[in-house]
Design a protein around this ligand. Structure first.
Ligand code: GCB
Length: 753
């Protein structure tokens, strides 16, 4: 066969990059959201027989593209691919590409706000595709399988062709999973405008999580006049059939399957959202290795590699548009949502792993108007209409797949907007026992939804609790950020999902700790609900799911051992370097500081004379630690708990000479408490606060006089004072004399000299 030599040439232009790697996690609130221009020069020898297509896999979130100083096009939406035919713009010799990119807020583009960082830049590859003059449009092959069962499969292929089709023949060759050709058909391109090509095969090898075997369709455009192949496309496909049942859950290839898995965000510390293919591959492999069979690709479409991995490893998935938290009531916003949805479907429709299209996530979380106001009811109607439009568009573009909306846990409000009636599948994001209530109420809430919507399959789209691998406790509580509470949370939720027949499955939140710039917490600027850290180190919960889900008994055993060995009291006090003792005040948490190889333990409250542990008062009760970013440290948990109002602290200590370091951060401030965007009702309520001033003595020697943390160092800022002392009566004495307000102390470190 005579193949045009240069077809399928891909010229890489711009490597993945984001400009927010540093400022998305520094101590200054906010990160750069604005415009930047990328310029790149490249050389080609232009050939009249070729077409040139400029492709971008992902640019967040608006792009204005110029080639050789001429405007080529514009794209709005940060998570889908786009391309331009630049045949008329390229020239032989040097070419200059200039892309103006903006990640600034734009009221007409979703997402408007969300619990993740909107990294700006050309963060997925940009490249030039060189093809024959007539070519297959980007994502222009659409493969459907309107009928699949164990005996027979019918495959339909549609091909979108750009430029002159008159002399073009389209050839589709189907290869089975072993690479053997099983069918080949040729049709005149002109005929394809009316109906798709059909291929039927007997006894197809079905695709499933246990056996993710794929057929491949190779589509070629052949010029009838000279027999040249002017473009070629390979589409791996999987043949499977499935359905959701509102009472009994999910079925794949006729077999019941409880869907279990996780959501996944595309970011990592040090890379932002500009991940390499190897990083994407690693993530999906880890999800598979956890024993999952499902990934919620959230909250936006992700890279090709992610989808290819889901297909090849056998992970079912949902893909969604980034319509999160709120909408703008404009036609422009509605059009942008539909555009993002259409692009998502076109780009992901051939993946056998995809079973659900997500239309919205928690879209009523941040309504702009007071509840029950006139404006609110107009807004709810607008949200409702948008949901209907998105659901309908999915159905027009893809008759096979189900639609899903993920709802925040405000049942009556979502109900008022009529949102549960719209999609095929109801997705519940549940945080009982984290943001609200107690874990015990979760079943009741799911059962109520099932009772009210008996025709709708239910999928648990999110559940999870933040935790920091450095924090442990043998008395775990809500919002303590310990691994132990997160484990307890999952140990309560997973059995509910597993054992309720009508629940199709669940996707925990989230696979990885992910960037969310506006967050405080134990590691500020990250959402810590990951079951692996930002660097993909498994947490306890990851091992827990392995013990629950893996079928291989050796692997399950290994996971169990990993859980057992996972340290509660990582070391005894004496194992701290050279006998250093580190105490946290007013908490049950243990803080393990791997950088300095120190473990910090709760100080026994019998050492304290007077006062009480610090806590945060919220609408949902007390929280055990501040989740404010503590400035000047990476060890925020040392400072996020404290003892308030102690007069005298007595710490038993063998006689000898020591360096004593006291650690402080003021955890309260006058005026309105800072609202933390994602604590959903767990914001601190306003309390009276009197500034404090204290003089501190260690074994009767004055350490610091009239210490006023707020005025001298600022609230929420780490500060320490140290002195060398001799202990001769078996006790270290710390006296705190408050001249204003109550005393405060966060942590004590004692280093033998
Ligand atoms: C949610 C959101 C998700 C957040 C998550 C959380 O319900 O859908 O985007 O990251 O809660 O951790 O608060």
């Amino acid at each position: 066969m005579n193949i045009l030599l240069s077809i399928l040439t891909i010229l890489p232009l711009i490597a993945p990059h984001t400009w927010n790697i540093d400022d998305a996690a520094d101590e200054h609130p906010g990160y750069f959201r604005g415009e930047q221009t990328y310029t790149h020069t490249f050389r080609i020898e232009k050939d009249a027989q070729h077409a040139y297509v400029l492709c971008f896999d992902g640019v967040n979130q608006e792009a204005w593209v110029k080639l050789n100083n001429r405007e080529v096009g514009y794209h709005a939406g940060g998570y889908t691919r786009f391309s331009f035919d630049v045949t008329d713009y390229v020239q032989s010799g040097e070419n200059t590409l200039a892309v103006l990119v903006s990640n600034a807020y734009n009221a007409d583009i979703a997402p408007l706000s969300a619990d993740f960082t909107f990294f700006g830049g050309i963060y997925r590859p940009a490249y030039l595709r060189v093809t024959g003059k007539t070519y297959i449009a980007e994502d222009g092959v659409c493969v459907r399988s309107p009928m699949v069962n164990h005996k027979k499969a019918i495959i339909e292929v549609e091909t979108e062709i750009v430029n002159d089709t008159k002399s073009i023949i389209v050839e589709h060759t189907l290869f089975n999973p072993d690479g053997k050709e099983v069918k080949r058909i040729r049709v005149q391109a002109e005929c394809l405008k009316k109906k798709p090509c059909r291929l039927a095969i007997k006894e197809p090898q079905l695709w499933s999580p246990d056996s993710p075997q794929r057929y491949t369709i190779v589509t070629r455009l052949i010029d009838r006049k000279n027999g040249q192949v002017c473009d070629e496309n390979r589409t791996p496909i999987g043949l499977r059939y499935y359905r959701f049942d509102p009472n009994t859950g999910f079925y794949l290839n006729g077999q019941h399957l409880k869907l279990v898995g996780t959501g996944r965000h595309q970011c990592e510390q040090g890379y932002g959202n500009a991940l390499t293919d190897a990083q994407h591959r690693r993530d999906i492999q880890m999800i598979k290795d956890m024993g999952a069979n499902f990934v919620r690709i959230s909250h936006y479409p992700q890279s090709r590699m992610v989808m290819d991995m889901c297909d090849s490893l056998g992970l079912l998935c949902s893909v969604e548009i980034p319509l999160v938290n709120a909408i703008t009531e404009t036609e422009a916003f509605r059009r942008n949502c539909l555009l993002q949805l259409e692009e998502m479907i076109k780009q992901n429709r051939n993946h056998p792993s995809v079973i659900l299209w997500g239309c919205m996530n928690e879209v009523l979380l941040r309504p702009p108007y007071p509840k029950s106001s006139d404006k609110d009811s107009v807004y709810l109607t607008c949200v409702h209409n948008l949901a209907v439009a998105l659901h309908r568009r999915c159905k027009e573009l893809d008759q096979e797949r189900y639609t899903m909306i993920a709802y925040n846990d405000n049942y009556s409000y979502n109900r008022l907007a009529g949102l549960y009636d719209i999609p095929d599948v109801i997705g519940l994001n549940l945080y009982h026992g984290w943001y609200s209530g107690t874990i015990g109420t979760v079943s009741k809430c799911i059962n109520k939804c099932h009772h009210d919507y008996p025709q709708k399959p239910i999928f648990i789209t999110e559940y999870g609790a933040d935790c920091d691998t450095r924090l442990r406790s043998d008395k775990p509580t809500r919002f303590d950020y310990t691994e132990d509470y997160a484990l307890y949370f999952h140990q309560c939720y997973w059995p509910v999902i597993r054992d309720s027949d009508f629940i199709a499955g669940g996707a925990l939140w989230n696979f990885n700790d992910f960037h969310s710039e506006q967050r405080g917490g134990a590691v500020p600027h990250y959402n810590l609900k990951g079951i692996v850290t930002t660097h993909r180190v498994p947490k306890l919960v990851y091992y827990y799911y392995q013990t629950e889900l893996l079928t291989d008994s050796v692997k399950r055993h290994t996971a169990r051992l990993a859980m057992e060995k996972y340290p509660l009291h990582v070391s005894t006090l004496t194992s701290n370097t050279q006998g250093t003792r580190c105490y946290l005040l007013g908490t049950n948490r243990i803080f393990i500081d791997p950088r300095n190889e120190l473990s910090w333990y709760p100080m026994d409250s019998t050492c304290m004379d007077g006062g009480h542990p610090y806590y945060v008062k919220t609408r949902f009760g007390r929280l055990p630690a501040s989740d404010h970013d503590i400035l000047g440290t990476n060890n925020d948990p040392i400072y996020q708990t404290a003892w308030i109002g102690a007069k005298h602290i007595r710490i038993p200590l063998p006689d000898g000479r020591y360096r004593v370091v006291l650690h402080w951060a003021e955890l309260q401030q006058a005026g309105e408490p800072v609202k933390s965007v994602y604590n959903l009702g767990n914001d601190a309520v306003k309390e009276e606060f009197t500034e404090r001033e204290m003089t501190i003595y260690v074994n009767d020697r004055m350490l610091v006089q009239d210490l006023n943390l707020t005025s001298q160092y600022g609230a929420f800022t780490a500060h320490e004072e140290a002195m060398n002392i001799d202990v001769s009566d078996g006790t270290l004495h710390i006296r705190l004399e408050a001249s204003k307000g109550e005393s405060l102390l966060n942590a004590v470190q004692i280093i033998p000299l």
